[in-house]
Write a protein that binds this ligand. Structure first.
Ligand code: UDP
Length: 253
């Protein structure tokens, strides 16, 4: 294979130059990190599952008219995406209390919220991605008021879509994080969903048992992460045929 130019390497993905201007190749690694990369491991098969799951969600979003960076999946670990200028904010949507919201406000995990809550965190690993208010975002110029309104509208559409997808397969969407990018069509700027949508960036609980099927399995040492993601992929009908769940081999007589 021809050498490709690496544009960026993050904790879970690598971006390479794409075949045409304005495109990138997004490669999903098996690396898992938590607590601002203080906890690290390699989870065999995670990248393959997240590539498929992100394809599934991004394709569905496009079908209901929510613009995303996804163009097409290239292989088991790579997808072709539109190059965007990432807005340096993590957009978190919450339907039930969990994680840092529970800690900050003393809410029991799983408490239903009166309405979906959209939060913004500054993308800055050195600072631990701090929660920021709209005031900070506007004052420091990370996004405009119009961008913020568009980001909230996009995030809530993604929330309704993902909540519905999950409900259909017996999973509760507790919360999730997305990243949003800018693209230009001539002089006209648009915001689109970028990065990935996968169990790495969602909280997913089984409706019946409350079992966690997301990265909290890794963060909180609750079992095998690949098994949890495989279960999500299996329920959604997107399990790649050539990836077997990460269980022990069994003898077939
Ligand atoms: N999240 C993420 N990346 C981050 C921080 C949060 O994908 O850097 C996701 C996380 O998986 C959860 C949601 O955003 O689904 C809300 O996370 P929270 O603020 O509770 O922080 P956490 O407990 O994950 O540190």
């Amino acid at each position: 294979m021809a050498r490709r130019k690496k544009v960026y390497e993050g904790k879970a993905k690598i971006l390479y130059e794409g075949p045409e201007p304005g495109t990138l190749v997004q490669y999903f690694k098996d690396d898992a990190t938590a607590f601002n990369a203080q906890k690290k491991d390699v989870i065999e098969g995670k990248g393959v599952l997240n590539n498929r799951l992100s394809e599934f969600f991004m394709t569905g979003l496009a079908q209901i008219g929510v613009p995303t960076h996804f163009i097409r999946r290239l292989n088991m670990r790579e997808q072709l995406i539109r190059s965007v200028e990432i807005i340096p904010l993590e957009v978190v949507v919450r339907n039930f209390a969990a994680g840092t919201l529970s800690q900050r406000l003393g809410l029991e995990e799983g408490t239903p919220l009166p309405r979906p809550i959209v939060e913004f965190c500054l993308k800055d690993d050195a600072l631990g991605d701090p929660l920021v208010a709209e005031e900070h975002i506007i004052a420091f110029g990370w996004a405009s008021q119009q961008d913020l309104d568009d980001m909230v509208a996009l995030a809530l559409r993604v929330n309704d879509f993902l909540s519905g997808c999950m409900l259909a397969v017996g999973i509760k969407l507790v919360d999730f994080k997305i990243e949003i990018g800018r693209i230009w069509d001539n002089d006209f700027q648009r915001l689109i969903v970028a990065d990935e949508i996968s169990p790495d960036s969602c909280r997913l609980w089984d409706m019946e048992t409350g079992q966690k099927l997301d990265k909290d399995v890794f963060r909180r040492d609750l079992g095998n992460l690949a098994d949890a993601y495989t279960e999500v992929a299996r329920r959604l009908g997107v399990l790649p045929s050539n990836v077997t769940p990460a269980s022990k081999p069994t003898l077939i007589n």
